[in-house]
Design a binder for this molecule. Structure first.
Ligand code: FE2
Length: 266
């Protein structure tokens, strides 16, 4: 059974929109999964029922839980498998023009494919890990699929797309159930999640990342920043410059400086 809406069998039709989007290439696809499948999706309460996964509660990642090493439900696995299939990778190539795309076998082990966030949760702006965990090859694309069926946009939890320094919000993508967001991942694709002000339900998403064997994967795009790829860890931007001088934030300061230096010399 193909669970993706057939409107999205060929993403080539969205290629221009994807490439022209600012602050960096992205596309929003509503009603991404077929209705019958999405309506019957049951989001078990992983966090309360099991003690694996990983919880976050810091200044930059609040009230968040990810499914790292968690055993996921059949339906969540079905979605993740679909997004990792060769057919979907070919479709992503048509959308992006990025050659030699591949998905990682490390999904949900050293990475996490399913994320939850709760009331007052948020995620500061950051760029993800730059490289595939086994091969070290470039991380070039992300897909996020909004799962919570009864979510209201006014609760918050929108996806932030920020400028090349991660300081200014350039675009907010509202959390609409069954909406997929695909965006180009580069060393300057800063993104995050706005604060969840009040919500009776959890904000659930699926996240799958993609890589390329091409070490110069951004050359064919018109970007507002350098078209370079370099190695970096997940790098957060603290909201205020003075935050970098607090002892507890030393690791963020080091990562931010390394990122700036590499960006300058790349
Ligand atoms: Fe991220």
């Amino acid at each position: 059974m193909n669970i993706i809406n057939k409107r999205y069998y060929n993403l080539e039709q969205f290629s221009k929109n994807f490439k022209d989007a600012k602050p960096y290439p992205h596309i929003v696809l509503d009603n991404f999964l077929i209705d019958s499948f999405f309506k019957n999706l049951n989001l078990e309460n992983y966090k309360l029922s099991q003690n694996t996964g990983r919880s976050f509660n810091t200044n930059l990642e609040k009230n968040k839980w990810t499914s790292k090493n968690e055993i996921l439900s059949k339906n969540l696995k079905l979605i993740i498998d679909e997004l990792n299939k060769k057919d979907f990778l070919e479709n992503l190539y048509k959308l992006t023009g990025i050659t030699d795309l591949f998905s990682t076998t490390e999904g949900n082990t050293s990475l996490a494919n399913y994320h939850e966030m709760y009331e007052s949760g948020f995620l500061g702006t950051h760029v993800d890990h730059s490289s595939e965990p086994i091969t070290g090859l470039p991380h070039v694309l992300n897909i996020i699929l909004y799962l919570s069926k009864d979510w209201k946009s006014l609760w918050g939890g929108s996806t932030i797309l920020a400028d090349k320094n991660g300081r200014k919000i350039e675009k907010l993508i509202d959390f609409v159930p069954n909406r997929a967001v695909i965006f180009l991942h580069t060393p300057f694709s800063f993104h995050g999640v706005t604060e969840i002000k009040k919500s009776p339900i959890k904000r659930s998403t699926i996240y799958v990342d993609y890589y390329s064997k091409n070490k110069d994967p951004y050359n064919h795009f018109n970007l507002l920043f350098k078209k370079v790829w370099f190695k970096h860890p997940t790098t957060f931007i603290l909201p205020n410059l003075k935050d970098y001088f607090q002892i507890k934030n030393q690791s963020y300061l080091k990562k931010m400086i390394k990122h700036k230096v590499k960006a300058f010399f790349s």
